[in-house]
Design a protein around this ligand. Structure first.
Ligand code: PLP
Length: 373
């Protein structure tokens, strides 16, 4: 038995008639860019997360870049981001014209460390981007407190956390704006590229709508210089179908996580593996189930030989990427992010995983660990 890291075909098989019908509807109408399908999805997604506005864009990276621009963040500004995130979080800060300032993460939750945020604030800081990494809601109260005291904007990177709750509210709705990616493998994934920004601020929503569509409120009138970053109707139609399943899928991911915990508890007890810390109810949607091992690369190799696919999120922290060499960082600057980069391993995780597959993954981990002893 092989266990893939994700299985998008299994998901498609489970919802094929609904998806096929939604795509056919778009083909019949032949309205492919923005339009009624996008508006309908924006309404549904705003209602789902509990935000007043949702603006569909071309991808999650643009969502962050455009959210920064819509909040007035740009050239000369500094934006605080975690060092352990997908590259796009920092990249969007740079393409918005601002400079990313990295901070270290919490060893328990892997999310950004509030104490480090406080120390990173300078007179040029304009915004903080907490990332709800792996699907776990970041602890936003201390971040909101710093932002309020220092007059900063909070923009959430919720690209991995569709549906996760922080103190009873869906992530994405707690800062000035919340940014989502609908990359196919995400908990809510399109059949191509897609993204969205949610906000309760009418002016930010208005600017986002201009920015994503050449600064144009209506055909051939351009009020500002913007971008071409529009959500496609086929993606919106697919996302509308999938949104109805999101809570059930997230529930299954949580059940799989609980089962992994049961199966892997003895290995954690023996000190061979570290499991992700438990989260408050609803606080984790397990986009990824990330364990830590001191012999990560060997474990990954053994699992691959046993037919179990895994991932590493992420092998190099963003401050050590060649693209940010000019910022002058070196190894040791963010020790916890660097430690995690050496140790993390993401196990197969998707709603359609069968119990037998979870057992197979655990078995393969156990025999890999035993063979080292
Ligand atoms: C944390 C994080 N931020 C931003 C992005 C960028 O999203 P996209 O790939 O849709 O541009 C992703 C996903 O790839 C992500 O995981």
């Amino acid at each position: 038995m092989t266990v893939p890291f994700v299985d998008l075909q299994a998901q498609y098989r489970a919802i094929k008639p609904e998806v096929d019908e939604a795509i056919r509807r778009v083909l019949d109408a032949s309205a492919f860019i923005l339009g009624p399908e996008v508006e309908e999805f924006e309404r549904a997604f705003a209602a789902y997360v509990g935000a007043e506005f949702c603006v569909g864009v071309a991808n999650g990276t643009d969502a962050i870049q455009l959210a920064l621009a819509a909040c007035g963040v740009g050239a000369g500004d500094e934006v605080i981001v975690p060092a352990n995130t997908f590259f796009a979080t920092a990249e969007a800060v740079s393409t918005a014209g601002a400079t990313p300032v990295f901070v270290d993460c919490d060893p328990e939750t892997s999310n950004l460390d509030a104490g480090s945020v406080e120390r990173a604030v300078t007179p040029r800081t304009r915004a903080i981007i907490p990332v709800h990494l792996y699907g776990r809601a970041a602890d936003l109260d201390p971040v909101a407190d710093i932002a309020a005291r220092r007059g900063l904007v909070v923009i959430e990177d919720a690209a991995q956390a569709h549906g996760a709750l922080y103190k009873g509210r869906r992530v994405g709705t707690l800062g000035r704006a919340g940014c989502f990616s609908f990359y196919p493998g995400k908990n809510l994934g399109a059949y191509g590229e897609g993204g969205a920004v949610v906000t309760n601020d009418a002016e930010v929503a208005r600017r986002l709508r201009l920015l994503r569509d050449h600064g144009s409120p209506r055909k051939y009138r351009h009020e500002i210089v913007g971008y071409n970053s529009r959500l496609e109707a086929i993606q919106a139609a697919v996302l509308g179908v999938k949104l109805c399943h999101l809570d059930a899928w997230n529930e299954r991911r949580r059940a799989h996580a609980a089962r992994y915990r049961e199966l892997l508890a003895p290995l954690e007890g023996a000190g061979a593996l570290r499991l992700p810390a438990e989260a408050p109810a609803g606080g984790h949607v397990y986009h990824l189930f990330v364990v830590e091992s001191g012999a990560r690369d060997e474990l990954q190799k053994r699992l691959s030989e046993a037919g179990v696919q895994t991932g590493i999120h992420y092998p190099v922290p963003v401050h050590l990427q060649p693209a940010y060499a000019a910022l002058g960082h070196r190894e040791g600057d963010f020790p916890e992010a660097e430690r995690q980069a050496r140790r993390v391993l993401s196990l197969p995780m998707y709603a359609e995983l069968a119990d037998s597959q979870l057992a197979r993954v655990a078995e393969a981990i156990e025999s890999a660990v035993m063979s080292r002893q």
